[in-house]
Design a protein. Structure first.
Length: 510
């Protein structure tokens, strides 16, 4: 669990973080070309768009930046560009990634008809296949894209159509072009149907924020049908559907104009009859004009964090992570928050993959950044466990070692010593390797120390070593073993050293 990092505790006194979201790794992006407006993350691969980048002299042709996680650190891993970059092609205006497969929209290509690409790494080379479309007439296909398993969705907000593509038998890039097999269209007013889409297996969710409507769509025998229309009571005023995501039986929807642009997000759960029911509504405790909570929404696709929801507020640059108390009900939640570390940074886009959150940030006064958060796995409680016994010193007193405080990420714990010789030198021994060997008299060693912290006991024979647990999810679940050693010239044995019982401290958190 990475508990070896505890050896650094004596040199790291991290500030307490009540939110329990560890600070992100931040990577600056290129300036002035819309870096960060679209992003996604899956496993150890992340994509961030720069869809106004100049490529081969073509303005706003677009580019996608790749990042890979290596040994826990995100690093730049190259870029993707359209095989046919053109002026205002906007390659990267929509991006999605799953299990190493990348989907990229290029809505300005083909004379404004648009297209999308599916990209896979074959050996050391990224291979492209074009997702073609039958629609023409400046349709801007590729404004939004989504992928789940063998299905890719590509939308045209302008036309109000979402196209579905199926993975060829030989793989996505086994052929140079792939044609859509079904077009999903609403009846009546188009609005901005398809501006925001997500797919999970045989189900999809499509936003239409102009009408404050969201459509739950399901595939049966290669036919996609709109099963249910989700709405709120705001009747078009809250832009319900301005962000959407779906995974399994859980859907989350943003409404950025709710509460005079303070914003809100809604969680829905599919019941046993197949109907989608609202279970929760998320708003900020202090609702502020322009925060626009719900600009980004995402549902965890990791079974270890089932039901986890992430929501961003673009105006305040705030990330909220909600973990359900019961993934089968989604009515009560444990909420954590983190503000982007760059002042005035805006959360333009977001991707979530279980324990990883990627936020693309673009704001003229601050610059462009990709923020990579490790938000941890399922919650584990921290604990103390005393074992063994100490040996007697002055007056036959046996010193006692105990723990107090909360041994969780970002919180303060204390390793305490009581009943020891007064005004004496003492040392806290810290390690991770269990030990139990006899020394002298009835004294026993319970830890192989990798760090030793010296101190003096008080007149009452007590001391303590307080510590704020570093915010590192790799520490969660790890156990630190400690024991105190005290110089006691009143001890009946030689050497004049006494030891306490041992203490195991399990580190908790997400």
């Amino acid at each position: 669990m990475g508990i070896h990092r505890f050896a650094l505790f004596t040199g790291i006194l991290a500030s307490a973080l009540a939110a329990q979201i560890c600070p992100p790794q931040q990577i600056p992006g290129p300036r002035g070309a819309a870096y960060g407006y679209f992003c996604d993350v899956s496993g150890d691969l992340a994509v961030v768009s720069e869809d106004e980048a100049v490529v081969n002299g073509q303005g706003k042709a677009g580019r996608v930046h790749l990042y890979e996680r290596r040994a826990g650190t995100w690093t730049a891993a190259g870029t993707l560009e359209s095989p046919f970059p053109i002026q205002s092609g906007r390659f990267g205006n929509g991006v999605a990634v799953e299990n190493g497969v990348i989907v990229v929209g290029e809505f300005g290509a083909n004379g404004g008809n648009g297209r999308a690409w599916v990209v896979e790494k074959v050996g050391s080379t990224w291979k492209f296949a074009e997702l073609t479309r039958t629609y023409t007439g400046g349709t801007w296909m590729g404004q939004s894209v989504a992928i789940s398993g063998n299905t890719i969705l590509v939308s045209s907000e302008r036309l109000g159509v979402v196209l579905a593509y199926e993975r060829p038998a030989g793989g996505w890039t086994s052929q140079s072009t792939i044609s859509e097999y079904f077009a999903i269209k609403p009846t009546g007013q188009i609005g901005d149907f398809g501006a925001h889409i997500s797919v999970s297996g045989q189900r999809a969710i499509i936003g239409n924020a102009t009408k404050s409507e969201v459509y739950i769509v399901q595939r049966v025998f290669n036919q996609w049908s709109i099963l249910q229309v989700l709405t709120t009571s705001a009747a078009g005023a809250d832009r319900f559907g301005s962000a959407v995501d779906i995974h399994g039986d859980i859907a989350v929807v943003g409404a950025v104009w709710d509460g005079n642009t303070a914003g809100a997000a809604y969680c829905f759960l599919r019941d046993s009859t197949g109907n989608w029911q609202q279970t929760s509504r998320f708003v900020e405790g202090n609702r502020v004009y322009g925060h626009s909570l719900g600009h980004g929404v995402a549902v965890s696709r990791n079974p270890n964090t089932d039901g986890r929801v992430a929501i961003t507020a673009i105006g305040s640059g705030t990330l909220y992570v909600h973990d359900p108390d019961d993934p089968k009900k989604l009515t009560t939640w444990t909420t954590r928050r983190s503000d982007l570390p760059q002042p005035a940074a805006q959360a333009r886009s977001m991707g979530l993959d279980g324990t990883s959150v990627l936020i693309g940030s673009n704001f003229t006064q601050v610059g462009e950044y990709a923020f990579f958060y490790d938000i941890g796995g399922p919650y584990q409680a921290g604990s103390y466990a005393s074992f063994g016994s100490g040996c007697a010193g002055t007056g036959n007193k046996v010193p006692v070692h105990s723990g107090s405080g909360t041994p969780e990420l970002g919180k303060q714990l204390s390793w305490d010593l009581t009943n020891a010789a007064s005004s004496s030198a003492a040392a806290l021994l810290l390690g991770v390797v269990p030990l139990d060997i006899p020394l002298w008299s009835t004294c026993r060693a319970y830890v192989v120390p990798i760090s030793v912290e010296g101190m003096l006991t008080s007149a009452s024979g007590s001391s303590a070593f307080p510590l704020t647990v570093p915010c590192d999810p790799a520490l969660v679940g790890g156990v630190v073993r400690t024991q105190y050693l005290v110089i006691d010239f009143g001890a009946a044995h030689d050497p004049k050293l006494v030891l306490t019982n041992g203490l195991d401290t399990k580190i908790g958190g997400y």
